[in-house]
Design a protein around this ligand. Structure first.
Ligand code: NAD
Length: 500
C-alpha cells in the first residue's frame, strides 16, 4: 500500500495517545498493563494503550464524583459551560486532520469519510449541545394560592458512557456532549478497537477549560473496564451504544448493583422497501447500495434488507449491482478510497462466516463474497449481495455488521410491511414510493425509531435517534438527549397566600 509523501510525513509525525485521562492527568493503568492497538489497514500495531481495569475505573469514578460534588463544572453558569464546550468544538476543528487520521488508522474507515463525516459530525454535536444548554427551561406548576411549585432539571451525577468502534468519536460525543451540557461528570470507555480519538479529545477538553475530573477516559476491554463501570455503585447512569448481547448484560449489571439508569442504542436489521412506483429508481439504487456498504457495512442503521416489489425486482437489482460494482475496496489512507477495511480480523471472520453459511445453505452471492487485499495484512471484505433471500434466512434476520446486502421481494404493501416488521429489531426503515398515502401509512406502520421516505439516513442532530423493540431504548441526538442526562426535581415554596 502506498500513500502520498505528504501523508507519510503526517503519519511519521503522528503521536497516537495511549495513556488514560483521569482527573485531568494522563496516566498508565495501575496494573501497568497495556494492549496492542492494531490497525485494520495492515494488521500492524499502532501503539500500546493502557489496559484499564476495575482499579482504574474506581479511580476515574472517584474523580468524576468529586468533580460533581464540589460543583466545579455543574455550578458554572450556562454561559460559562457553553463557552467551554464551544471552545472544545473549536479545538476539535483545529485538530480535524489529526483526529481524522487517528480515526482512519484505528478503525480502517476511509480517511475521506473520517475527515468529511465522522469528525465534522462529532464537532457539530459538541457545538449543538453547547448552543442548546442555555435554552432548557424548567416548569412552574399551577399550584394555587400560598404555594409556588416549580420543576428544575438536575444533572444525574456520574455518567458512564460505553461506546462502540464503528463511529468512535461521533458516538462518544453523542453521549458526552449532552451529558456534560447538563452539568454531569463523565467516565467514557471507548471500545478497545478504537481508543485514540476519545483520548485525544479528552486532552483537548482540558485545554478548552473543562475542569479536571469532569471528562475521564478509561481505555480497556469490555469484560474488565466496561463491566466494572457498569457495576459501579457510584455511577448514576450507563449510556451505551453497541451490541444487543452486551446491552442485555448492562441491564443485569445495573439490577445487580445500584439500579443505575441504562440507555441502550443497539443493533438493527433495517429494511428499505422499494415500491414499483418509486419516484427515482436511480436515487433508490444509490441508497440501497450505500445504505448498506457505507462504513464497510459497520453501521447500526445499515439497510441490510432490501425489499423490492416483484414487478421491478430484476431491473432494480441491476441498478443496485451497477452502483455496488463501482465500489472499490481500498487502502483507508488513500484519498480516493470510499470503502476501506473492517475494524478487526474478528469482525471480518464473523462477516465471512455469515457468507459461508449462506453458501452452505445453497445461496450464491450475486456480487462479492470474498476477503480481498490479503497481501496487505489488513481486514478487507468486498461488498456482497445475495438475491432471493427467504425472510427466514439468517441473513434476513441476524445483524451481520458487515458489507452484506440481502434482497427479498414482495407483491403487496401489506406483505412488504409484514416482512419489514418481522424482526426483533426496530432501528431504521425506508420506503420509496410516489404514493403519498402509502408512504404516510407505511411510515406509521413500520415499527422502527427512524423512518425515511424517498431517502436514506436523511436526518441530523436535530432529530431523536434510537430504536424500538430490541434495538434499544432512550434517544441520542436532539433536545431529548439532554433530558436523558437529567432528573426533574419539584420544589414547592409555601408562603402566605395573597389577600389575607
Ligand atoms: P459491543 O457491544 O461488543 O461493544 C461495545 C462496547 O461495549 C465496547 O466499548 C466494549 O468494550 C463494551 N463491552 C463489551 N463487553 C462488555 C461488558 N461485558 N460490560 C461492559 N461493556 C462491555 O459492540 P461492538 O462490537 O463494539 O459494536 C457493534 C454493535 O454495536 C453492533 O451490534 C451494532 O449494531 C451496534 N451499534 C449500535 C448503534 C446504535 O446507535 N444503535 C451504533 C453503533 C453500533
Amino acid at each position: 500500500m502506498t500513500v502520498s509523501a505528504a501523508l507519510q510525513d503526517r503519519l511519521a509525525a503522528l503521536q497516537p495517545p495511549g495513556l488514560m485521562i483521569i482527573d485531568g492527568r494522563k496516566i498508565a493503568a495501575l496494573s501497568g498493563e497495556t494492549f496492542a492497538n492494531i490497525s485494520p489497514r495492515d494488521g500492524k500495531p499502532i501503539n500500546a494503550v493502557a489496559a484499564g481495569d476495575k482499579a482504574d475505573v474506581d479511580l476515574a469514578v472517584a474523580a468524576a464524583r468529586a468533580a460533581f460534588e464540589d460543583g466545579r463544572w455543574r455550578d458554572r453558569t450556562p454561559a460559562e459551560k457553553k463557552k467551554t464546550l464551544l471552545r472544545l468544538a473549536e479545538l476539535m476543528e483545529a485538530h480535524r486532520e489529526e483526529l481524522a487520521l487517528l480515526e482512519a488508522l484505528d478503525v480502517g474507515k476511509p480517511l475521506s469519510d473520517a475527515r468529511n463525516v465522522d469528525i465534522p459530525l462529532a464537532i457539530q454535536t459538541t457545538r449543538w449541545y453547547a448552543e442548546a444548554l442555555d435554552k432548557i427551561y424548567g416548569e412552574v406548576g399551577p399550584s394555587g394560592p400560598g404555594r409556588l411549585s416549580y420543576a428544575v432539571h438536575e444533572p444525574l451525577g456520574v455518567i458512564g458512557a460505553i461506546v462502540p468502534w464503528n463511529f468512535p468519536l461521533h458516538m462518544a460525543m453523542w453521549k458526552a456532549a449532552p451529558a456534560l451540557a447538563m452539568g454531569n461528570s463523565v467516565v467514557l470507555k471507548p471500545a478497545e478497537q478504537s481508543p485514540l480519538t476519545a483520548l485525544r479529545v479528552a486532552e483537548l477538553a482540558l485545554e478548552a477549560g473543562l475542569p479536571p475530573g469532569v471528562l475521564n477516559v478509561v481505555t480497556g476491554f469490555g469484560e474488565t473496564a466496561g463491566q466494572a463501570l457498569a457495576r459501579h455503585m457510584d455511577v448514576d447512569m450507563i449510556t451505551f451504544t453497541g451490541s444487543g448481547s452486551v446491552g442485555r448484560r448492562l441491564m443485569v449489571y445495573a439490577g445487580e448493583s445500584n439500579l443505575k439508569r441504562v440507555s441502550l442504542e443497539l443493533g438493527g436489521k433495517s429494511p428499505q422497501i422499494v415500491f414499483a412506483d418509486c419516484p427515482d429508481l436511480d436515487a433508490a439504487a444509490e441508497a440501497a447500495a450505500w445504505g448498506v456498504f457505507f462504513n464497510q457495512g459497520e453501521v447500526c442503521t445499515a439497510a441490510s434488507r432490501l425489499l423490492v416489489q416483484e414487478a421491478i425486482r430484476e431491473p432494480f437489482l441491476e441498478k443496485v449491482l451497477a452502483v455496488a460494482r463501482g465500489i472499490q475496496v481500498g487502502d483507508p489512507l488513500d484519498e480516493a478510497t470510499r470503502f476501506g477495511a473492517m475494524v478487526s480480523s474478528e469482525q471480518m471472520r464473523t462477516t465471512l462466516g455469515y457468507i459461508e453459511r449462506a453458501r452452505a445453505s445453497g445461496l450464491e452471492p450475486v456480487l462479492g463474497g470474498r476477503q480481498v487485499l490479503q497481501a496487505t495484512g489488513g481486514f478487507y471484505v468486498e461488498p456482497t449481495i445475495f438475491d432471493r433471500l427467504s425472510p427466514d434466512a439468517a441473513l434476513a434476520r441476524e445483524e451481520v455488521f458487515g458489507p452484506v446486502l440481502g434482497v427479498l421481494s414482495f407483491q403487496t404493501s401489506d406483505e412488504a410491511l409484514r416482512i419489514a416488521n418481522d424482526t426483533v429489531y426496530g432501528l431504521a426503515a425506508g420506503v420509496w414510493t410516489s404514493n403519498i398515502d402509502l408512504a404516510m401509512s407505511a411510515a406509521r406502520r413500520l415499527r422502527a425509531g427512524l423512518v425515511w421516505i424517498n431517502g436514506w439516513d436523511a436526518c441530523d442532530i436535530t432529530m431523536p435517534f434510537g430504536g424500538f423493540k430490541q434495538s434499544g431504548f432512550g434517544r441520542d441526538r436532539s433536545l431529548h438527549a439532554l433530558h436523558k442526562y437529567a432528573d426533574l426535581k419539584s420544589i414547592t415554596l409555601s408562603h402566605r397566600p395573597p389577600h389575607v
